[in-house]
Design a protein around this ligand. Structure first.
Ligand code: SAH
Length: 267
């Protein structure tokens, strides 16, 4: 007998994303995807109880037969264009024809290009990163930013993550892009495992990380190097800005995409 999945589409209320994920973490689910800023699709075997009305505006429950799901989740990941010449695609989509194309297998690790923080990082890297620069990818996730750096002609790339699963996925994504693991230094751990200075450092992690690690990140920057920070919302900008000022860096450009901020700074 075929099993039947429950698929639930939630429409979140403004600024309730964090509360929603907290609520959802109480239950056994098979998968969940953020379709856009307000929409999350969840697959589970057993129906979930009604979500808190202050968090979810409306939701819709559907039933799906088992085999379909293996194919269906793929439709949520299509090629996305970050800029006129930069696209990110999952391996099952046809080549985009973009001069800069990144292939990412959407799995556990963060960094498919769909989230506004990753988009912001990709856009700013494309604008400021230069050939033959060295690049430190702090919190590499899927490896998406390292892959862009390699495709833009980086001379040295160091990708770091505390999560062993992310490290595995970077290997797979490098392969999908015709790159070899030997093209970068892939390190599991925190900033303390990193050696040397870099022309460009990216950290899409979060406001507390930036506040704590800005002095150390700045000590890994070459004299004229650039630091790209992301992973925080407009409400946290002033506290992150204070930490940036404290280490003597100044903001060159900040980009806000659906309330998520990415900033490039330098000395
Ligand atoms: N760079 C990717 C992924 C960002 S998600 C992108 O821009 O889309 C943030 C990543 O940082 C996660 O994979 C998480 O495991 C990692 N991370 C969190 N804290 C960290 C720390 N202290 N040191 C290194 N990596 C960290």
């Amino acid at each position: 007998m075929k099993r039947v999945w429950t698929k639930i589409t939630f429409k979140l209320r403004d600024e309730q994303k964090e509360a929603f994920w907290m609520w959802l973490s109480e239950f056994q689910i098979a998968g969940a995807w953020e379709i856009d800023e307000r929409t999350v699709v969840v697959y589970c075997w057993d129906p979930l109880p009604a979500p808190p009305p202050l968090v979810v505006g409306e939701w819709q429950e559907e039933k799906e037969e088992e085999e379909e799901w293996g194919q269906k989740w793929k439709k949520y990941f299509q090629t996305i264009w970050i800029d006129h010449d930069l696209a990110v695609r999952p391996p099952w989509e046809k080549k985009s024809g973009a001069p800069l194309e990144i292939v990412i297998y959407p799995a556990y690790a963060f960094g498919t290009g769909h989230h506004p923080t990753t988009r912001g990082c990709l856009q700013l890297m494309k604008k400021y990163f230069r050939e033959n620069w060295s690049f430190l990818d702090l919190g590499t996730g899927s490896g998406i930013l390292s892959i862009l750096a390699l495709k833009m002609g980086a001379k040295r790339v160091c990708a770091v993550d505390i999560d062993p699963l992310a490290i595995e996925e970077v290997g797979r994504n490098l392969q999908l892009n015709g790159l070899e693991v030997s093209h970068l230094e892939l390190l599991r751990g925190e900033l303390s495992v990193v050696q040397g200075r870099f022309d460009f450092i990216a950290a899409n992690i979060g406001p507390y990380f930036h506040q704590e690690y800005l002095p150390e990140m700045s000590s890994h920057l070459e004299e004229k190097g650039m630091l790209l920070l992301s992973g925080f919302e407009v409400d946290d900008l002033s506290s992150v800005q204070r930490s940036i000022d404290e280490v003597g860096l100044s903001v060159l450009e900040s980009l806000v995409l659906s309330s998520w901020v990415s900033v490039v700074c330098r000395r």
